[in-house]
Design a protein around this ligand. Structure first.
Ligand code: IPM
Ligand code: MG
Length: 367
């Protein structure tokens, strides 16, 4: 297959981790007889430095001309970076929100599962039989508070700000269908998360999700309030298969879900529209504190590349090969700095590698 992929290295550790994902994709192409043409694009802080804005129309058009986008991360240190002296709509994050909207990427998939090899890093209390969860969050990505009207102004001498939380039934229905479709390929259970005891948007959310659930009689559905979900994620994450939720709740819950795996550096994500087009990026940020040191963990980006092969190109065997290579690399004892246990006893027999080293080990295990 001939694949056309737009690459956004971005800021901070972004370029380093994307380079390792490309290394692994090259190994996949060699083994399976595919070829990839990359188009490098600027977005976020590096785009501000070059063009004065975090996202240009040219970047959007160029992204659209490709089959998929592979992204590193954007943004810098909000305390020290000059990017954060700019008005909010000119900061790096505005570029990310802008491209999600411009490409219509309404469904954000964020898997969180515990690697057996990293079980010691799971911060949750022990459970009989060991911890073993495997869930995926389907987060609505182009609506809600992130895109509602907002303002800050003085009213009667009092500084006041407002954000608007709005959803229509079509926005809810399409992302709900994505969640049910995914559940159909997994353990057939959707937990829809809302705040229907308070919010109108959540009551509409629940109504529409129930309508969609009726279209999928073989898939179980339950509703959960977001505060309870935050608690259940640390108490009993094994109960979840697919978590479906709106934009803001999904932002918060997906960080929480990533942390219970013990390593945010392992978690991939896919942002999809109604076609096979998608943007693939790690769930973590740009880690400006370790940028350029070559010690970042590239696994989340490498697993995002696997999601890209699976969802945008229908290459399931190739995606499996990447996921297996990651597992085999961990099983062989290779760890990036963030994955090294603090306890020297537990670190015995493990080999610490840098970002490029991790990429080499994984690429070398593609079969
Ligand atoms: C994420 C990030 C973004 C979001 C930020 C960088 C705007 O936290 O992808 O989860 O809030 O969506
Ligand atoms: Mg977030």
């Amino acid at each position: 297959m001939e694949m056309k992929i737009a690459v956004i290295g971005g800021d901070g550790i972004g370029p380093e981790i994307v380079a390792e994902a490309r290394k692994v994709l090259t190994a996949v192409c060699q083994k399976y007889g595919h070829s990839i043409t990359y188009t490098e694009l600027l977005m976020g802080g590096c785009s501000i430095d070059r063009y004065g804005v975090p996202l240009t129309q040219e970047t959007i058009e160029a992204a659209k001309a490709n089959d998929a986008v592979l992204m590193g991360s954007i943004g810098g240190d909000a305390k020290t970076s000059p990017w954060y002296q700019l008005p909010p709509e000119k900061r790096p994050e505005a570029g990310l929100l802008g491209i999600r909207k411009a490409l219509g990427l309404y469904a954000n998939l964020r898997p969180a599962y515990l690697f057996k090899e990293l079980a010691d890093s799971c911060p949750l209390s022990a459970k009989e039989g060991g911890r073993n969860f495997d869930l995926i969050i389907v987060r609505e990505l182009t609506g809600g508070l992130y895109f509602g009207e907002r303002w800050t102004k003085e009213i009667d001498g009092v500084l006041t700000a407002q954000d608007t939380l709005k959803y229509n039934e079509n926005e809810i229905r399409r992302v709900a269908r994505t969640a049910f479709e995914i559940a159909g390929k997994r353990r057939k259970k959707v937990t829809s998360v809302d705040k229907a005891n308070v919010l109108d948007t959540s009551r509409l959310w629940r109504k529409v999700v129930h309508e969609v659930a009726a279209e999928y009689p073989d898939i179980g559905e339950n509703d959960m309030l977001v505060d309870n979900c935050a608690m259940q994620l640390v108490k009993d994450p094994e109960q979840f298969d697919v978590i479906l939720t709106e934009n803001m709740f999904g932002d918060i819950l997906s960080d929480e879900a990533s942390m219970i795996t013990g390593s945010i550096g392992m978690l991939s994500s896919a942002s999809l529209n109604e076609s096979s087009f998608g943007l693939y990026e790690p769930s973590h940020g740009s880690a400006p504190d370790i940028a350029g040191l070559g010690i970042a963990n590239p696994v989340a980006t490498i697993l995002s590349a696997a999601m890209m092969l699976r969802y945008s190109f229908g290459l399931g065997a190739e995606a499996d090969a990447i996921e297996r290579a990651v597992k085999d690399t961990l099983a062989a004892g290779f760890r990036s700095a963030d994955l090294m246990p603090k306890d020297p006893e537990k670190a015995k027999g493990l080999t610490k590698v840098n970002c490029a080293g991790m990429g080499d080990e994984i690429a070398g295990r593609i079969q």
